[in-house]
Design a protein around this ligand. Structure first.
Ligand SMILES: NC(=O)c1ccc[n+]([C@@H]2O[C@H](COP(=O)([O-])OP(=O)(O)OC[C@H]3O[C@@H](n4cnc5c(N)ncnc54)[C@H](OP(=O)(O)O)[C@@H]3O)[C@@H](O)[C@H]2O)c1
Length: 311
């Protein structure tokens, strides 16, 4: 019943956007594709809230402070200045939660941020709850926008705990993540159980396996899709090193390989937000730039895949 109502609300909101001529032209005709200000936003189906369709991931080097904190703070400040809001982190990304928490605090930017973190443990339910408590401290916040079960570890028990936090007003959305396509079928089962607001998976030009079942299941069940590894951990850049961006890609606003790969991913109508990881301000500017201009059509996306496969 709840899903029916929220879907109706979503369609009403999307219809209003369509009526106002705000839909971006993805070539898929998706109602979830809306342009607010000059950046592409997408709708979280379970609430109707809209978020910019590119954010920031903080795995790998974000929590490694062998380089300085100021660099990470500048990266986060740049995200907000460019119009992004979504940050994804986890208690198991080294010191990333502490870095993000301190940066948000110093920038006075918690309210600008759609903050997503994870329950990331092989331990029992209480271990997960204790970890969440530490995440609130490290991220210097009393509320997570999104709390996700990391890599399907203890999915059922940790979803219960996340729902308890949601009932207390400390979490807004419930999620589940993986980046390993052998977990796609398990993800579909949880998506179809109706317990998720968000599912997070890998989707890039080198791994399109979620197109088969996960993305359609998310669409059918009103689950928002967060995309990790949009650059296949940087492999897309090594594959295109020294290669000229094709002239035809410039027709949909591509002037960098970062925009080429991000526009490919977010052009899928069932993608809500992609979270490329970086600690470099110029890469944040490039990545948020993928939200400007039109998206490739279905035909253009097929041409993009062919171009990369022919390299
Ligand atoms: N199971 C899970 O829940 C799971 C698994 C994996 C990842 N994640 C999430 O997904 C996020 C993204 O994954 P990821 O960071 O591992 O991989 P990724 O986003 O696919 O790729 C990151 C790489 O791309 C480079 N890069 C970023 N923007 C660029 C640009 N515009 N131009 C050129 N290079 C660029 C980065 O280098 P620079 O730092 O030099 O910019 C880095 O080497 C993670 O940070 C994490 O938040 C979740």
């Amino acid at each position: 019943m709840k899903r029916d109502l929220t879907r109706k609300e979503f369609l009403k909101l999307s219809g209003a956007a369509a009526g106002a001529g705000l839909l971006a032209s993805s070539g898929f005709g998706s109602l979830a594709n809306a342009q607010t200000s000059d950046l592409l936003h997408r709708t979280i189906h379970s609430s109707g809230e809209m978020i910019p369709a590119v954010g920031l991931g903080t795995a790998e080097t974000f929590g490694d402070l062998s380089q300085d904190f100021q660099m990470r703070r500048d990266t986060i400040e740049t995200l907000f200045r460019e119009g992004g809001t979504v940050i994804d982190t986890a208690p198991t990304y080294s010191k990333a939660e502490q870095v993000v928490g301190r940066a948000l605090d110093e920038l006075g930017a918690r309210d600008k941020c759609f903050l997503a973190t994870k329950t990331s443990t092989r331990g029992d339910k209480q271990v997960g709850i204790d970890q969440n408590t530490q995440s609130f401290i490290d991220l210097r916040t009393d509320k997570f926008d999104l709390l996700q079960v990391h890599n399907h570890r203890g999915t059922d028990m940790h979803i219960e705990s996340i729902n308890d936090l949601k009932a207390d007003g400390k979490v807004r959305y419930v999620g589940l993540t993986h980046s390993n396509n052998s977990l796609n079928d398990a993800a579909v089962t949880v998506i179809e159980s109706g317990r998720l607001d968000f599912m997070q998976v890998q989707y890039n030009m080198f791994d399109r396996s979620v197109e088969e079942r996960v993305l359609p299941a998310a669409r059918d069940n009103g689950v928002a899709m967060m995309i990790n590894l949009p650059f296949a951990r940087g492999r897309v850049f090594s594959a295109t090193a020294g290669v000229e961006i094709p002239e035809w890609a410039k027709e949909f606003g591509v002037d960098s390989w970062g925009k080429f790969f991000l526009k490919y991913t977010i052009a899928h109508p069932d993608v809500t937000v992609a979270i490329p990881g970086t600690i470099h301000t110029h890469h944040v500017v490039d990545n948020i730039g993928a939200l400007r201009g039109r998206l490739p059509t279905m035909i253009e996306r097929a041409r993009m895949v062919q171009f990369i496969e022919d390299l």
